[in-house]
Design a protein around this ligand. Structure first.
Ligand code: PFF
Length: 444
């Protein structure tokens, strides 16, 4: 065990770090295209209902486990629960490897696109041509892998610095920068001629598109976006002192995360409509449609560089938080040096990212159960591992850990009249909701 556990330097630093984890490619790349392909405003409503209905409660629960135990995911479940509970922690550590393996691939693309935008090499409004550039680039067996390596190295460099001097310091710089860029881009988008149609599409619910799949997509997106279910919140909570008002901090983080997702939609959809592009373009929306949008607007190259920088920053602060739980596990439980663990873990994740990147090129035909490696990792993490991690965390805090409400109220010193509702959500609503959504989509 480590001698003295490092803690966050300030509440602001912690909130920035947790928001940095939540706000990521999930908000800016995944959320707008998932909304676009799932009925616009209808998806948005279901998503919000899931966040408020049980996402927030599970997030508070996960962070609370970390704060109470002051340990990594495995150690925390062992200390507070014992028995088979540490398996939930091991699942989380494993999920970190799975997520990072595909996260660094998309994050690498964002780095590449900052360069493409700055050099003017893809300055065209021809979506067909941009689509070819994108598929050509991601299919390349070398360049995207190099970019994912650069991204992984940046992530590792921040994590080696530790909590206050690494993760917190960089989040305090990068997150405010992200907000400024995002606001500038949203202002630009909503003031374009013809923006209203995009706003209408994004905000007006089309319930004819809602199926069991829509709910499944919404729950996967909600957990991924709030970083629930793999021990990230638990680990960040474990560096928190026991006097913090944890529910308030978690609510702030959830509100920031949800606002950024909605703002990303408000930035992307009006621009897509104003220039007559397709809002349901899917994953290519960001890398194909948006460059065409930028080429259509005055000062587009500048806005393009800003947009992909925004995406790269969001990805970096999230990747840091995906790496930290596994690092924390090996440091706490196996007394290894942080630097050594980070280097080895980063190399393993980089190696796992190679097949994920090749899934868009020479290995696109290599499939398991109809999915290539990238899609398989994405599916396993988002649709199974995170919801299950969230489910077991809810069950643990709701049923097995008797001191949960006592701990939530800082041993009785906070007045929390809603605590019974929180417990009810963790005991019944969240587990049944997660199981029902997963079962109805998998059996559909
Ligand atoms: N929340 C991040 C995003 O929206 O991109 C991704 C993520 C980070 C998922 C941390 C899971 C996690 F533990």
């Amino acid at each position: 065990m480590t001698a003295a556990r490092e803690h966050w330097g300030s509440r602001f630093g912690f909130v920035m770090a947790a928001a940095g984890s939540a706000v990521g490619i999930g908000n800016i790349w995944r959320f707008p295209y998932t909304t676009g392909t799932n009925g616009g405003g209808a998806f948005l409503l279901i998503y919000l209902a899931i966040i408020i209905g049980f996402g927030l409660s599970v997030a508070i629960a996960e962070m609370l486990v970390g704060r109470a135990a002051q340990r990594n995911p495995v150690g925390a479940f062992r200390t507070l629960g014992g028995g088979a509970w540490p398996l939930v922690g091991y699942g989380g550590v494993l999920t970190g490897f799975v997520i990072l393996s595909f996260y660094i691939v998309v994050a690498g693309w964002t780095l590449a696109y900052v360069g493409f935008m700055a050099s003017g090499s893809i300055h065209t409004t021809d979506a067909g041509q941009l689509s070819q550039v994108f598929s050509g680039f991601v299919a390349d067996p070398v360049r995207p892998i190099l970019y994912s390596g650069v991204f992984m190295a940046l992530t590792a460099w921040i994590v080696v610095g530790g909590i206050a001097k690494g993760i917190e310091r960089w989040n305090k710089i990068l997150m405010p920068a992200l907000f400024v860029i995002l606001l500038a881009l949203v202002l630009r988008a909503v003031t374009l001629d013809g923006a209203a149609a995009g706003l209408g599409f994004f905000l007006k619910p089309d319930f004819s598109k809602v199926t069991a799949e829509t709910f499944y997509a919404a729950i996967a997106q909600a957990f991924f976006s709030l970083s629930i279910g793999m021990g990230t919140l638990l680990t960040y909570g474990s560096y928190l002192s026991r006097h913090e008002h944890l529910p308030k901090a978690t609510l702030t983080v959830a509100m920031v995360d949800t606002s950024v997702a909605v703002l990303a939609g408000l930035m992307i959809m009006p621009a897509v409509f104003a220039f007559g592009f397709d809002p349901s373009a899917g994953p290519g929306l960001t890398f194909v449609t948006l460059p065409a949008v930028f080429a259509s607007m005055p000062l587009g190259a500048l806005f393009g560089v800003l947009f992909f920088t925004l995406l790269a920053i969001a990805a970096l602060t999230s990747a840091v938080s995906i790496l930290e739980p596994m690092v924390c596990y090996f440091v706490d439980e196996h007394c290894m040096s942080r630097r050594k663990v980070v280097i080895v873990a980063a190399l393993v994740c980089f190696a796992l990212g190679i097949p994920a990147s090749l899934s868009f090129g020479i290995w696109s035909g290599v499939t398991i159960g109809g999915r290539n490696w990238f899609d398989l990792m994405d599916f396993l993490a988002n649709n199974l591992m995170l919801p299950l991690g969230g489910l077991f965390t809810a069950l643990f805090v709701g049923w097995a850990w008797k001191k949960a409400t006592h701990e939530l109220s800082n041993e009785g010193s906070l007045h929390l009249p809603w605590a019974p509702v929180w417990l009810f959500v963790l005991r019944f609503l969240a587990p049944l909701g997660i199981l029902w959504i997963m079962a109805s989509a998998l059996l559909a």
